[in-house]
Structures are given as C-alpha cells and as structure tokens.
Design a protein around this ligand. Sequence first.
Ligand SMILES: N[C@@H](CCC(=O)N[C@@H](CS)C(=O)NCC(=O)O)C(=O)O
Length: 105
Amino acid sequence: MGIFDLFGGGGSVPRNAPSPTEKHELLLYKYDSCPYCRRVAHAVGQLGLDVPTADILMDRANRDALIAKTGRSQVPCLFIDGQPLFESADIVAWLGAYAEGGAKA
Ligand SMILES: N[C@@H](CCC(=O)N[C@@H](CS)C(=O)NCC(=O)O)C(=O)O
C-alpha cells in the first residue's frame, strides 16, 4: 500500500500534471464545507505539506478567479505553477507523490 492509499485512494498522478518530483508553487481553491475539499485538506495535514488556500465562498474574488482561469467553479482545484488539477482523488495522489519528491527538493 502506498502513502496515497491512506487518504481514500482511487486516484493516480495524472500524466499531464506537472512532475511531482520537482518543486512547485501551489494554490488550493476550496471551501470548508465541501467534503472533497476536506479530503484534500486532511491529506495535506497528514503529509505535512504547506499548501496555501483560496476559499471561494469566503472571498468572491477567489471564485471569480477560479472561473476566469478554468471556466469552472468546481472545487477542490489545485493550481500547480498555475496549472489547474481537478478531482480530489487525483489531487491527493499528486500531493502524496509531491510530499515524497518535489516538496523535499
Ligand atoms: N469528483 C469531484 C467532485 C467535486 C465536487 O463535486 N465539488 C463540489 C463541491 S463539494 C463543487 O464544486 N460543485 C460545484 C461545481 O461543480 O461547480 C472531486 O472528487 O473533486
């Protein structure tokens, strides 16, 4: 069992996402009552990562920015050097790989 499986599993590091073995600037769009966002937040905590967040309910500008950048209002969405990654399972998988690789670089 890999570390990704500890947080719900089901996802895999998307092939078109930036390499998790390199350091990146991250920004997580979320809101706190979203269960998928909580799943990601839990993984962030368990992995010991420091991931800045942008709450789309607390600040309308964040929601507008998410829609402007992606055409969607779905959260969670992790921006990796400005490239959006949707789907909580994929985000958790990517963060798991990042914690073992790029975050330590
Ligand atoms: N399959 C997605 C589901 C995400 C989802 O349904 N998010 C809801 C909030 S809990 C949402 O953003 N709904 C509004 C929308 O899709 O525009 C995931 O696992 O991340």
